[in-house]
Design a protein around this ligand. Structure first.
Ligand code: URA
Length: 239
């Protein structure tokens, strides 16, 4: 059944401020719904696919948001960034008010595909190690990539603090680049695995999560997009 909500409540849950602040926005005539200015904050609308404007900017009501960001370098994924700005500063301000969070973390200097959402169940499911969703990275190395390095990564390398060697599917791309596929997401895993195999990672980019690729999304560095249901369905382990 389609949910109907008062306009002040709609704006509040979409991240436009407190209930009081949203009422003021509406009363000031800064909000339009389906093209019409609405000044009655108690006016009720069916939320499904509702189009509205705030200060002339168009929005569609979304119960939850699912986002793919092409993360640039020098942004932190942590909730309390310390040395660089947080990735949330790359998104509209309303998303912070909705408590949008990164799904897992990339290092501050790692670039590429990062998912964000305000849907706790989605974040939890995507972060679960039980799901074995492959994550594909392209690593640029300091030393040349050799067949021996690829073999070592595939057979497994021992990292300090890990009870057993960790392995990854790896593929040589060119003299100093390789593709690495991980199912886990241990701290600095790619960089540590390359170091343990005697090389050094100088740049790292995540290019895919499950079947969702950065190339298909066509996002420039720093750009983001909403993910629809079909795109979210790609975020699974291959059958
Ligand atoms: N592995 C790393 O070393 N860093 C990342 O950001 C992601 C995977």
């Amino acid at each position: 059944m389609t949910k109907k909500l008062n306009l002040d409540r709609i704006l509040q849950c979409q991240g436009f401020g407190s209930r009081k602040g949203c009422r003021e926005l509406i009363q000031a005539g800064d909000v339009r719904v389906q093209g019409q200015a609405i000044t009655d904050f108690a006016a009720a609308f069916a939320t499904d696919g509702l189009e509205f404007e705030v200060f002339g900017e168009s929005w569609t009501y979304r119960e939850h948001i699912y986002i793919a960001l092409n993360k640039p370098p020098n942004f932190e994924c942590s909730r309390k960034p310390s040395h660089h700005p947080g990735v949330l500063t790359l998104l509209p301000e309303q998303f912070r008010a909705r408590d949008v969070q990164p799904v897992g973390r990339l290092d501050h200097d790692t670039t590429g595909l990062l998912l964000l959402s305000d849907d706790g169940a989605f974040i939890h499911a995507q972060s679960s190690p039980k799901r074995h969703v492959p994550k594909i990275y392209v690593a640029t190395t300091h030393e040349p990539v050799t067949p021996a390095l690829i073999a070592q990564l595939q057979e497994g390398v021992q990292l300090i603090d890990e009870p057993a060697p960790l392995s990854a599917q790896a593929r040589l791309m060119d003299t100093h680049r390789l593709e690495i596929m991980l199912e886990q997401g241990k701290y600095h895993q790619v960089k540590r695995m390359l170091a343990a195999a005697g090389n050094h990672c100088v740049a790292l980019r995540r290019v895919a999560i499950g079947g969702l690729t950065l190339a298909a999304l066509g996002l420039e560095e720093g750009d983001w997009c909403y993910l629809d249901e079909a795109q979210r369905e790609l975020l699974v382990a291959p059958a």
